[in-house]
Design a protein around this ligand. Structure first.
Ligand SMILES: [Zn+2]
Length: 469
């Protein structure tokens, strides 16, 4: 019904503030027609075809998750927790990407059928949507088309950046260092372009495909220069891991005499259409390059905290770097990630006032939306209608003196009352519309268990005792 007018009325609505941040406005109606916000008006609008009311809650733009690996959430659940260099099957924080994440991701591609992969991706999409995420920038393997199908089917706006490599690392050598294998980078790029040719819907579309060169130590200068040119030509985005381990920093320094960020600058990859993930080991001069080029940094604190590594939102924010939030390959709970970002920033700065609720909410919405083309992330006329409603009536959210503080510091995904994406209700009453959630969970769990058995047989994971079902 493209002409149907929907009025969304909540006690509070998160709107852009005159100072450039966000604020909670009372007595506001958001009018949605088709897939766009038509108007934002003061007071209650009586004339509408449909009304969505949240008398004790907040309506805000859907969260924009700026860095994610949907496959890895379910696949690594319970595997990457409580491990370090000395635990069985564990690897040091610096080697986790090379020694565990990439090898098990490769194995998933080899072992799982297309149907099984689609089942695992569906599970990830359920978790993302139910946590209030309406847009996700994700780096899947190029052959995992099931992810793009699952996101489209369930209503998640997907910015897919298929992995591209020159030298992927497949496991570690005897000294615990990555083994870089030369592959045909042109074939890797061609596989990503084939995904774009098939799925990319262009600016404002529900599915966009960009470029996902894996990292600065696994991609050659030639490849990065080609990607920079192609991204401009195709009017799309690029995302890449940057300074996520000391190993990466040392390798790039040894090969190119540059920091990872300087290397991206040299190859033409920094800019407003690029999202760099992590930046844990960036130097102060790198922050200037990121800020001055308009590059966005995706901050994912929990994935590092679990390995004992500190990375603080405040460092990037204070330097003026556009900083958004991602959940990476861990839990897809955007509330939990925001809270971790805030707490770690306060701990490292020794100042409880930094990374406050409005700042974190702006990072999770408008900053992410701006990085991905500016069609989402703010509630204002003309933007795509990606909205979430969070009910603040539960005991852990009452009473309300400051709705934004309650939202960031006390809410959980279970408090998400509805999710509207592209003008469609995709989560209503806490469940994903048109989806047999129990079946999705069971099918995905069975697929991942089969992968875990294969990983144990291949020596990628330590074997565990299983109780017969
Ligand atoms: Zn990542």
């Amino acid at each position: 019904m493209p002409d149907q007018l929907t009025a969304v009325v909540a006690r509070w609505t998160l709107l852009p503030s005159p100072s450039g941040g966000v604020e909670a406005a009372e007595d506001v109606t958001v009018l949605v027609r088709g897939n766009r916000v038509e108007d934002v008006v003061r007071g209650r609008v009586v004339e509408a075809d449909r009304r969505i009311e949240l008398p004790h809650g907040v309506v805000l733009p859907g969260f924009v998750n700026l860095h994610n690996h949907a496959l890895n959430g379910p696949v690594f659940r319970g595997i990457v927790d409580d491990v370090g260099a000395g635990t069985p099957g564990g690897v040091a924080a610096d080697a986790i990407v090379y020694g565990l994440l990439l090898p098990l991701g490769d194995l998933a591609s080899e072992v799982l059928t297309d149907d099984e992969l689609r089942a695992v991706y569906r599970l990830a999409v359920l978790e993302l949507l139910r946590s209030g995420t309406t847009s996700v920038l994700d780096m899947p393997r190029a052959q995992h088309h099931g992810f793009l199908d699952a996101a489209s089917e369930l209503g998640l706006r997907l910015f897919a950046a298929p992995y591209i490599f020159s030298t992927p690392s497949r496991g570690l050598d005897d000294r615990g260092r990555p083994r870089y294998d030369d592959i045909d980078e042109d074939a890797s790029l061609a596989a990503a372009l084939a995904v774009a040719d098939r799925y990319d819907e262009g600016p404002g579309g529900r599915t966009r495909v960009g470029f996902g060169p894996h990292a600065t130590d696994t991609c050659s200068p030639r490849l990065l220069r080609r990607i920079a040119a192609l991204a401009a030509e195709r009017d799309t985005f690029v995302t890449i891991h940057v300074a996520q381990s000391r190993n990466e920093v040392e390798r790039v320094r040894a090969r190119h005499g540059r920091t990872p960020v300087e290397y991206l600058h040299d190859t033409g990859l920094l800019g407003p259409r690029t999202v760099v993930a992590h930046g844990v080991y960036v130097e102060d001069g790198d922050l200037d390059l990121l800020r001055d080029s308009g590059t966005t940094l995706a901050h994912c604190p929990l994935t590092f905290a679990r390995s004992g590594v500190t990375v603080a939102f405040e460092r990037f924010h204070r330097a003026g770097v556009r900083t958004g939030i991602g959940t990476d390959a861990y839990r897809f709970d955007h509330f939990g990630e925001l809270r971790a970002a805030g707490l770690i920033a306060k701990l490292t700065s020794g100042d409880g006032a930094v990374a406050d609720a409005p700042t974190l909410l702006a990072a999770a919405t408008s900053t992410g939306g701006a990085a991905l083309g500016g069609h989402t992330g703010r509630i204002e006329p003309g933007r795509l209608a990606d909205l979430i409603g969070v009910d603040l009536s539960a005991p852990h959210l009452q009473p309300v003196r400051d709705p934004l503080r309650n939202l960031v510091w006390n809410a959980t995904p279970a408090d998400v009352a509805f999710v509207m994406a592209d003008g469609r209700m995709v989560v209503d009453g806490g469940t994903v519309a048109g989806c047999d959630e129990r079946r999705v969970v069971d099918e995905a769990a069975a697929a991942v268990d089969r992968l875990w058995h294969a990983a144990e047989a291949a020596g990628v994971l330590p074997p565990i005792e299983r109780t017969p079902a």
